[in-house]
Ligand binder design. Sequence first.
Ligand code: SF4
Length: 399
Amino acid sequence: MSNNNFAIANEASLYIHIPFCQTKCFYCDFNTYAKLESLIPSYINALESEAIFWSNYFNKTEIKSIFIGGGTPSYIPSKYIEKLMETIFYKFKLTKDSEITLESNPNDLTKSNLKTYYKSGINRISLGVQTFDNSLLKVLGRRHSSQNAIEAYYLIKESGFKNINLDLMYGLPNQSTDKWVDTLYQLLSLKPLHVSMYALTLEEGTPMNEWIKEGKLPKQNDDIVADMYSKTEEIMSKNNYLHYEISNWAISGFESKHNINYWKNKTYIGIGPGAHSYIPPYRFSNIKSPREYTKHLNNLNLDEFNFRLINNEKLKFIDTSEIINTELEMSETIMLGLRLNSGIDIEQFKIRFDINPLDKYSNNFDELNNHNLIEITEDNIKLTPKGRLLSNEVFLKFF
Ligand code: SF4
């Protein structure tokens, strides 16, 4: 294959989408489906075909991180994850430092599937806890209890995994700041190395959004959500967690390589339906339907085609594509970099774009600085605590 009109990076991340869930949570609008289990075997073959396709271009690229997400990867039989990982290890260049994460649901984990994941080369487990409050888990439509989550966490540890992320959500209907703080202390008692905490966002078309519109559930008050966030920052920092990104905390040395690659606006390849890729200068997304995706990929003759996005002869499994010009790449690099608590590295920006970000966006930065939303040091530009609370407004300045 020689028709490369995109850049082959030295390093990249790989995202693998598993679009299956046992049940659909009430708040979720991800591209994931319940009752589609019959598709799993052919779907995994399709994923492997897409992985092989990309490996033809990226076989010399060091894959710094892999994230198997979804959906619920732990819901499908672990033999499929094992098969998939064999192909990935065979086709891509991974090192002993590559971070390989699998997303999981507390109810799915057993000694046996954790052993398979470990043997397959997975070295990080992300556990979807969301809250330790059983009544709120019911409001969310989750299928596990707080006790299930705690047991699953210890089982993961006993199975040899050190690097564990816990996913939590705050700003839930009927959640008081005190209830959230209780969850935070339960979380801290487990001593995970990494924690992601996101405020609930209400998505159109989800049952939860409808119930709130109909007044069957109360909408969370923005001031209370901001208060929860401030409390989180305070409590996590007292307990030695680095707040390295707006919604992510880690014990030093365990910041997620996969997330950092996104926030540094570097190359990532997304495989699976609805997955997004950024292979400069292209950003594109795959078709969303798992059935259509599986059909196209399983009919693909890997020797027959080239990647010709420029000529608009898109591959059938690709849905949307756009060329990211330098202007847009710069503003996205600013926006994503500001998410990191280390901020934008001025020198790195200058090397990448041949311009000082402080000159390029002088008006924006002056205004944000005057409002105490950013802080400029000799080396970095970063959000202040006030800027983190108002981050969406800050990001809008660059678009
Ligand atoms: S388990 Fe995750 S992906 Fe599946 S429905 Fe619930 S929130 Fe969505």
